[in-house]
Ligand binder design. Structure first.
Ligand code: GDP
Length: 528
């Protein structure tokens, strides 16, 4: 079992988050470039000048230039096996980001040095902190005029509420950008711009007190650097690995992904500070990643990743042991044994058949429609389920109806499948049928995805009418909704699993329900 331990120990699994355009795609490409996963960094993107990496599968993503779903990439670097889980940058898909973070052991946050903390950084970061995982910051685009680094640090601390600790420090920015000072080695890594950043950069490293440094760094910047070094040592947050691992202190690196600058130092620090796959909880017990029995949970389901074959993949994060192609596992929620035959792993821009994978890795399993988000599969005698992934409360609601009543079957199938993937949530009247379905979403763009997919994948067109609800509350199973005293605009519905819940048009209605029904327990999310 030595091999199993070694394989798992070298694994690192992180999610990458950023406000759109901060450079997440570029940084991901450069990680792959340094990992040797691809020859030319540009090849991750489908077309030149198109803003789409391999992760952007769906047509709608191409049309809108946004990343709707997240993808997974793996590369090897200096004996480590690194999994990057990409996340959608758009806030309307923050639920997907949250699920992806459930599968990650830490997160990398990319920030544009000229812009600092942006809207989406704030929102995604909030989702990130819900998981209490370590967060590493990469301040990108130092080859452009950047804001003052002290100001950037302060903004991150103030706005995001996390302490920061720079592990390196920039010398100038834009045209005057001269490199970064590595605080642990007291060395300067010179910035040597390269054309287009297609190859790894040559690096030149100088001691911070090397007189030669003055040949490269303007006097003013040189003096400023000496001042900064002193100031950071005196006044900066003290580095604490413990605080980093608890998600309380974010190590910060500066660089320029486009010109390949700062990628290796970032990876070095990142690998030094991160841990191999962390244990997960199942039924109140800790599941040790190194145990021989295999276990994994679904954090994402994605349909039709390849328009040529209409397929559906369930993405599993492996939590313990080793996956082998064709292995038989127990699907806890389906209460059945199943064989994992068609499983894929994603490497750069192609999906390849995977024969084995280990705790920390992500595998995509062909899904004939049996999996839901949060499902667990295991080997071994003991059956257990990993703690579920909470469902976010939708904030926008609409009633949808099938335009062509002849296509009822496709309509119901499509809506149910899309809901099972977690792309939307659906509700029906208590005891009502599927002719009219109430759809709830966290972000309005999800409605667009629904309409687009129903049309393209199920050949169904819908009527959609917005509903005025703003709040949703799950109630305890077995609660008799009919006996409740509610305001007249409160609607009683049930979800896919038949769980009862209430829709409110305003918070006044929620308070009314609470005041008039003392024993009523209202929950903001479904516990699954
Ligand atoms: P994403 O939306 O966060 O994935 O951002 P992209 O990686 O697509 O980058 C957005 C734009 O910024 C693209 O035009 C990149 O070429 C550019 N970019 C990314 N990193 C850098 C950098 O370090 N310096 C400069 N000057 N431009 C960059």
């Amino acid at each position: 079992m030595e091999d199993l331990r070694q394989q798992i120990e070298k694994r690192r699994t992180f999610a990458i988050i950023s406000h759109p355009d901060a450079g997440k795609t570029t940084l991901t490409e450069k990680f792959l470039l340094y990992g040797g996963a691809i020859q030319q960094a540009g090849t991750v993107k489908g077309k030149k000048n198109s803003k789409h990496a391999t992760s952007d599968w769906m047509e709608i993503e191409k049309q809108r230039g946004i990343s709707v779903t997240s993808s997974v990439l793996q590369f090897n670097y200096q004996g480590y096996c690194i999994n990057i889980l990409d996340t959608p940058g758009h806030q309307d898909f923050s639920e997907d980001t949250y699920r992806t973070l459930m599968a990650a052991d830490c997160a990398v946050m990319v920030i544009d040095a000229s812009k600092g903390v942006e809207d989406q950084t704030r929102k995604l970061f909030k989702v990130c902190t819900m998981r209490h995982i370590p967060i590493f910051t990469f301040i990108n685009k130092m080859d452009r005029e950047a804001r003052d680094p002290y100001e950037l640090m302060e903004e991150i601390e103030q706005e995001l509420g996390i302490e920061t600790c720079p592990v390196n420090w920039p010398i100038g920015s834009g045209k005057r950008f001269a490199g970064v000072y590595e605080r642990d080695d007291k060395e300067v890594i010179r910035f040597i711009p390269v054309d287009g950043g297609k190859k790894e950069v040559e690096t030149e490293i100088l001691k911070a007190d090397d007189p030669k440094l003055k040949e490269y760094v303007e006097d003013e910047l040189y003096d400023k650097l000496q001042e900064d070094i002193e100031l950071l040592d005196m006044a900066g947050n003290e580095f604490s690995l413990e605080a980093v691992r608890a998600g309380k202190l974010s190590p910060v690196c500066f660089g320029s992904a486009l010109t390949n600058f700062g990628i290796e130092p970032f990876l070095k620090h990142f690998l030094n500070m991160t841990t191999p796959p962390t244990p997960r909880m199942a039924d109140g017990e800790v599941i040790d990643p190194y145990q021989e029995n295999f276990s994994a949970f679904v954090f994402k389901i994605q349909a039709n990743m390849n328009s040529r074959h209409r397929d559906r993949m369930a993405f599993f994060r492996i939590c313990s042991g080793k996956f082998e192609k064709g292995m038989e596992v127990y699907h806890y929620q389906g209460k059945k044994k199943i064989k994992l035959n068609q499983s894929k792993q994603l490497m750069a821009d192609e999906r390849s058949e995977v024969n084995e994978a280990y705790a920390g890795d992500v595998i995509g399993v062909f899904d004939p429609g049996i999996f839901s988000i949060g499902d667990t599969i295991t080997t071994g005698k003991k059956h257990f389920a990993f703690e579920g992934i909470p469902t976010f409360a939708p904030e926008h609601f609409a009633m949808i109806r099938n335009k062509d009543t002849m296509k009822r079957k496709q309509f119901v199938k499509g809506v149910e499948q899309i809901a099972k993937e977690g792309a939307i949530q659906i509700f029906t009247e208590l005891g009502g049928g599927m002719e009219e379905i109430i759809v709830g979403v966290v972000g309005v763009l999800q409605f667009e995805v629904l309409e687009h997919r129903l049309k393209n994948e199920y050949n169904v067109e819908i009527h959609k009418s917005p509903l005025p609800y703003q709040y949703i509350r799950w109630v305890k199973e077995g609660t008799n909704l009919k006996s409740l005293n509610l305001s007249s605009d409160t609607r009683k519905v049930q979800d896919l699993k038949g769980q009862p819940l209430l829709l409110f048009t305003n918070d006044w209605g929620v308070r009314w329900a609470q005041d008039k029904n003392k024993d009523l327990e209202l929950l903001e999310f479904s516990k699954n």
